[in-house]
Design a protein around this ligand. Structure first.
Ligand SMILES: NC(=O)c1ccc[n+]([C@@H]2O[C@H](COP(=O)([O-])OP(=O)(O)OC[C@H]3O[C@@H](n4cnc5c(N)ncnc54)[C@H](O)[C@@H]3O)[C@@H](O)[C@H]2O)c1
Length: 471
């Protein structure tokens, strides 16, 4: 990777997934970066070299960049604004009750910048924000400046971030695309120079209007979420008509026009982006007197999908009252400890409401604050995945962590009270349970394994022998 000949002074507002990865990535390619957060404890931990969340490779890179002196942390707006020629806003944009994005954190930073800026700077909006936010930010910076009585010169640019949690460092350092939305030549020049070392080809850098730039982030997330909900709908149909969604997916993925990514059926999507961004784009449609029916359906299918695992267990048992339920995987996807809008949370809530007890395991998530008041005999998180299944009636696989791939089915049969496996990610779709007393239910897989398949005498009983003779 190239580094810069002329380092740019950058200040990044927000030391969350996006802000911290961006700040560190920009420092890694040679820029002088200050990362500011209002969370003093977070900043204190970062100053001690502790990254407050798990992201592969990030901790090492932060340590390296701090050691070179190119990355430092602060809680002081004066410090950050005095430092930056580029002032990058990477704070949260959570949903309001009507689904639209809450821009208060973004506006707050913009006003602060306006009040303290005394040199030319490019104000970059990296947070995911609705179309038109650049105008709001421009106004908020100007308002802040007016309040302080200073005349200031600044430019605004939209620069959405496309990183994926769990792969964030690689996504930032080797981007498929970097989008700069601005009509200000100075902003385009400075940001193009800032990102130049990350552009493996000129095609990576895409310059456009602020509004197109703002919309492309939502459009991309909506497209990915649509693929997931589409496959979940096909999975539902597969269950109903006796098809296997894994085979359907295999065939679809072989078509280069379709491709294989984001084509797996499962327990539905979660995380800090898809659910909130979909609701925000629908709200944007409403604001423009448009009914975004397709995207509304994507949300609807996903909401329903959150119940699929529970419904499968309910169908099997009739009632879950008193049942002991093991859950493997709590984070919204593997390689992250992020639990925002994770499907496992909905499942836990519903299981507890049904009168079941829950024992969960996740490689990284060791505490769920929203369930901290639940008695440990009703809900607990254990350190070992196989401790979770002891005396369990059902195992739910919710997050497809790599370490869950190898399944010790003998141990499940030995330790579980009844061996029902509800595989919410079809992780073990190719596992042969043979004659084991296991009921295995995938998503959209009507051909799932059931001991009943072999008759009441099992595979080697009368029916099994008959089957061998005729096959
Ligand atoms: N997480 C992702 O995978 C991802 C990917 C692409 C885009 N985004 C978008 O990026 C934005 C940030 O997301 P995130 O996941 O990093 O959020 P986050 O919640 O992890 O981090 C936001 C940080 O901003 C800090 N903050 C709030 N107000 C501040 C202020 N006035 N000054 C300085 N810091 C302040 C918070 O304390 C927090 O640490 C959102 O708009 C999100 O939609 C997120």
């Amino acid at each position: 990777m190239r580094s810069v000949d002329n380092p740019i002074k950058v200040s990044v507002f927000g030391a969350g997934y996006v802000g911290l990865v961006s700040a560190t990535g920009l420092a890694a390619i040679g820029h002088q970066v200050v990362c500011i957060d209002v969370d003093a404890e977070r900043v204190e931990r970062l100053m001690l070299g502790e990254v407050p969340f798990y992201e592969p490779g990030l901790s090492e890179l932060v340590t390296e960049c701090v050691a070179t002196g190119r990355l430092r942390f602060t809680t002081s707006s004066h410090d950050a604004i005095a430092h930056g020629e580029v002032l990058m806003i990477g704070v949260g944009t959570p949903p309001l009750l009507d689904g639209s994005a809450d821009l208060s954190q973004v506006i707050n930073v913009a006003q602060t910048i306006g009040g303290l800026l005394d040199h030319f700077a490019v104000v970059v909006v990296k947070s995911t924000v609705p179309v038109g936010t650049s105008d709001i930010v421009r106004q908020a910076v100007a308002d802040g400046a007016r309040a302080s009585g200073e005349a200031i010169d600044f430019a605004v640019a939209s620069n959405p971030e496309f990183l994926k949690e769990g792969d964030a460092v690689r996504d930032f350092m080797q981007p498929d695309r970097i989008v700069i939305g601005s009509s200000d030549a100075r902003a385009i020049e400075i940001l193009s120079a800032m990102y130049a070392p990350l552009c493996s080809s000129p095609k990576v850098l895409m310059v456009m209007s602020e509004r197109s730039s703002e919309l492309c982030k939502y459009a991309s997330n909506a497209m990915l979420a649509t693929r997931i909900s589409f496959m979940n709908e096909i999975a539902k149909l597969s269950d109903a008509v006796g098809a296997d969604v894994i085979d359907v997916q295999r065939v679809m993925a072989a078509d280069p026009r379709i491709g294989s990514k984001y084509l797996s059926a499962g327990a539905g999507f979660g995380g800090s982006c898809f659910p909130k961004d979909l609701r925000a784009i629908v709200a944007m449609g409403n604001d423009n007197d448009m009914n975004l029916n397709l995207i509304k359906s994507v949300i609807e299918v996903n909401d329903a999908q959150q119940n699929v695992l529970l419904d499968k267990a309910l169908q099997h048992f009739g009632s879950l009252k008193g049942k002991r339920c093991a859950i493997w995987g709590l984070s919204f996807k593997p390689e992250t400890d992020d639990i925002r809008d994770a499907p496992a949370l909905t499942l836990i809530r519903r299981l507890l409401a049904e009168g079941a007890t829950v024992v969960a395991h996740d490689p990284l998530v060791k505490w769920l604050p929203m369930f901290s008041s639940i008695a440990p005999n009703l809900f607990e998180i254990v350190d070992c995945q196989y401790d979770a299944v002891v005396d369990a009636d059902v195992l739910f696989l919710v997050t497809e962590w790599k370490q869950f791939r190898e399944l010790d089915a003998d141990r499940l049969v030995r330790d579980m009270r009844e061996c029902l496996i509800v595989d919410g990610r079809n992780l073990w779709h190719d596992k042969d349970f043979g004659a084991m007393p296991v009921t295995y239910l995938g998503v959209g897989r009507s051909s799932s394994h059931s001991p009943a398949e072999f008759g009441e005498f099992g595979e080697f009983g009368e029916l099994g022998e008959l089957r061998k003779l005729v096959s």
